[in-house]
Design a protein around this ligand. Sequence first.
Ligand SMILES: Cc1ncc(COP(=O)(O)O)c(C=O)c1O
Length: 423
Amino acid sequence: MSTIQSSVAVGAQSSALDVRKIREDFPILKRTMNGKPFVYLDNGATSLKPQAVIDAEIGYYTELGANIHRGVYEFSEKASALYDQARSKVAGFIGARDARQVVFTKSATESVNLIVYGWALKNIKPGDEICVSEIEHHANFVPWQMLAERCGATLRFIPLLPAEGTLDLSQLDQLINERTRVVAVTAMSNVTGYMPPLELILRRARAVGAITVVDGAQWVSHTAVDVESLDTDFLVFSAHKMCGPTGVGVLYGREQLLEEMDPFLFGGDMVQRVRKEKTVFKQIPDKFEAGTPNIAGVIGFGSAIDYLLGVGMEAIHAHEQQLLAYAMQQVSNVDTITTYGPSDLLSRGGILSFNVGDAHPHDTGTILDEDGIAVRTGLHCAHPFMHALGIPGTTRASFYLYNDKQDVDRLIASVRRVAEIFA
Ligand SMILES: Cc1ncc(COP(=O)(O)O)c(C=O)c1O
């Protein structure tokens, strides 16, 4: 926990993006909320969708409509091709060697569960250890806790340093040891935007032969990612946080591990041959995608990848860092504000979590709503993190490529109003 100082680590230069042009692509930004021009700062929860993504989804329903991997007619084959192309686009986006390493699920949450059910349940034994961090989103914590309970394994935590807002890595060699079978860690906290030193943690995990699971739900959407150089066994993320539709998640995995894994859902489309006595499954990734998938969503996701690549992931990251620096500078002029997360802004993505005096985050969120500003308030699906901070929650403003300095100015003006009301 840190009270804001007036100096910031990153200067608020002019944006690397043509934000005015980008904003034109997002129809919701033309709306008003409570009679005020809409300011969307809840990107950590989900992102808005550009018209191109909406059109891609609608285009599937209006022009194709067919199921995939079944029909031999033109529309079905076209739909199959678009679905399969989206997989290749996702693989390219994260630097995967082979599109077969990309499994479509319904969410990052389901992707973690797929690892737990498909790999961990048959590999984790009593006495084994699973290492997570104290700052995980529940999606990358509760499945491991359930697994540990079920298998008689022990859960270990890389602790938070509450004052610094970073993870305490001083005991890493003890926490990740020869008994550790899984290290599951976030690439970017959904509460503070803190990006732990992943490479260090993953290197230690590899040294003891543990498998590594990186939660990229807040990360892949905001920066250029290369899974080959990251050298992780698994990476999970969701389309809806990166300009894509809801209901589509990704599990990236090392080929050999995916091949060893059991399917988690059984039924049509994931089978090669079915006899009364025995069923033979398809190869990866198909064996994990039983039943009719979210075809429109995956096609829309492909379009979201095109859109993000068109803007440029490095430019998006730089833009969000500038917005965060500007927001930190502005917020430092407001008395009674407390922010959370490391003071080194270079170790953070574009998230500003704060409390205003004694105001409950829900009250803060309600006043911001009156001013037309959407933020997230509460515990952020990270109860252990909040517990470690000893607070009942925060208000979280999270930025994306279409946010600009005016959005930050509107936020600060509204936060000042909260400060006055609760003075
Ligand atoms: C860090 C992090 N991990 C995982 C998730 C879960 O993503 P989803 O709800 O799309 O499954 C979220 C969602 O907010 C998140 O912020």
